[in-house]
Write a protein that binds this ligand. Structure first.
Ligand code: SF4
Ligand code: SF4
Length: 435
């Protein structure tokens, strides 16, 4: 694609990067075939190619974002299916990130929109605030049916109610340090505590730490770490996201200096995609570039890390069928697709692929709150596809997808590592009601 940035514009490293990405696009349109919003809405401007044109025009002209561009970029899930499909290696993720930052800086959103985005940004990344907010939803939940009558703001409120669990789990979160159960220590890793996940499902990191301990891995959670920054990043709040990234780089680098880390193990693929990108995000920060690149190199999805270990014989599981939902951040963001399924099969589960597995479930960070109509249609399409596999259980590797899919089905949902922990000698998850 021909671009027309001025020499002056190209002095800015972000613009130079955008130029490089845009030039790689040959506007072949292959990416439209796997884009969920194009599949649903059929509008070229809701396809990756259409969005790329909108972003190009906005950045080249150096103009403030307009309502049309904002509408179509907001509708993008950042699912990155287009990056998997693109034959030219167009890095749509970085281009869309730049567009979101530009929008945040130049577009005056309506007040209700600004307030909601600000609220999500100051609540979700902080576990204690998030816990309090969930407690507050109990008072608002009885009126959920009325909210959609209040227009777009009401639909977003109804989406929040739909996603908020009725009760919160009481099981203790993974302790600060879990030594190997026996024998010699094979490796030492940090497990990311995460923000939303440690409130909604602390049993995920409990399972990961237990399984790793049995395999001779010492797992620690570094006390001062914060949210990975993905939530703010997807809202276009660049300064806040980078501050969180720098903080994590600092605390993990300090831990590497103290006792060493062989990996930073992540049990939420949305966070994994973000942390693996720290090296890129902080590449122009002289004080952080090298440290951030090192952290990104150490970041591993829990299944990725488990695949490097020798696993014991699993317990005997009799014909339990699992529909494996490959989260977008896992399959498109980190290019990890077959591995979790292989591990589940090795554990004795009968794993079934979900038709249209490349399509997003509609979760996408805060997308299911901010764009509830599209998110709901994608969720229902995902569940209909899951039902075609007649599963006993659903497994996935991202808490956002778990909440989104669980809001529309009664089929029990598990994180992949919860099932692996059970199959390889851990306790039976209490939600697993099978013979
Ligand atoms: S598939 Fe890639 S090269 Fe083709 S239009 Fe989409 S982004 Fe551009
Ligand atoms: S990230 Fe997903 S929704 Fe956005 S353009 Fe790419 S395929 Fe479409």
């Amino acid at each position: 694609m021909q671009t027309n940035f001025s020499a002056e514009q190209l002095k800015d490293p972000a613009t130079a990067e955008a130029d490089k990405i845009l030039r790689a696009c040959v506007h072949c349109g292959f990416c439209t075939a796997t884009c969920p919003t194009f599949a649903l809405l059929g509008d070229e401007l809701d396809s990756p190619r259409g969005r790329i044109y909108l972003i190009k025009d906005m950045l080249e002209k150096g103009r403030p974002a307009d309502a049309l561009t904002v509408k179509h970029i907001d509708r993008c899930l950042s699912c990155l299916a287009c990056m998997t499909t693109c034959p030219s290696g167009v890095h749509y993720m970085h281009l869309a990130d730049m567009a979101r930052v530009h929008i945040e800086k130049t577009y005056p959103r309506p007040l209700a929109d600004r307030l909601l985005r600000a609220l999500l940004g100051v609540v979700l990344p902080y576990p204690n605030r998030f816990r309090l907010a969930l407690a507050a939803t109990r008072f608002a939940a009885p009126f959920t049916a009325l909210y959609p009558r209040l227009g777009r703001a009401g639909q977003r409120l109804a989406a929040m109610m739909r996603l908020a669990p009725r009760t919160l789990p009481s099981s203790p979160a993974f302790p600060r340090s879990a030594p190997p159960s026996s024998g010699k220590t094979v490796a030492r890793v940090a497990i990311l505590s995460g923000c939303v996940q440690q409130v909604l499902r602390p049993s995920i990191n409990d399972a990961a730490a237990r399984l790793l301990a049995r395999l001779g891995i010492e797992a620690v959670s570094v006390k001062e770490e914060v949210c990975c920054g993905a939530l703010l990043h997807h809202l276009g709040k660049e300064a806040g996201a980078l501050a969180q990234a720098r903080r994590n780089v600092d605390v993990w680098s300090a831990e590497i200096g103290r006792q060493g880390l062989d990996a930073i193990v992540i049990t939420a693929s949305g966070c994994g995609t973000m942390i693996k990108d720290y090296g890129f995000l902080l590449r122009n920060d002289k004080a952080y570039a090298a440290k951030a690149a090192r952290v990104s190199m150490l970041a591993k999805d829990v299944t990725e890390f488990l695949a490097t270990l020798e696993l014991p014989e699993p317990i005997s599981l009799q014909g339990i069928t699992v529909a494996y939902h490959s989260a977008c951040s896992m399959q498109h963001g980190q290019k990890i697709d077959a591995l979790p399924k292989q591990l589940l099969r090795q554990a004795g589960f009968e794993v079934r692929d979900i038709p249209e597995g490349h399509l997003c479930c509609g979760s996408a960070g805060t997308y299911n709150i901010l764009e509830p109509e599209i998110a709901l249609r994608l969720r229902d399409r995902k569940i209909a596809n899951i039902m075609k596999t007649s599963p006993d259980l659903i497994a996935t590797g991202n808490i956002g997808c778990m909440s989104q899919i669980a809001s529309g089905t009664s089929i029990p949902l598990f994180h992949t590592v919860e099932l692996l922990d059970y199959a390889f000698g851990g306790p039976k998850p209490k939600e697993l009601n099978l013979p």
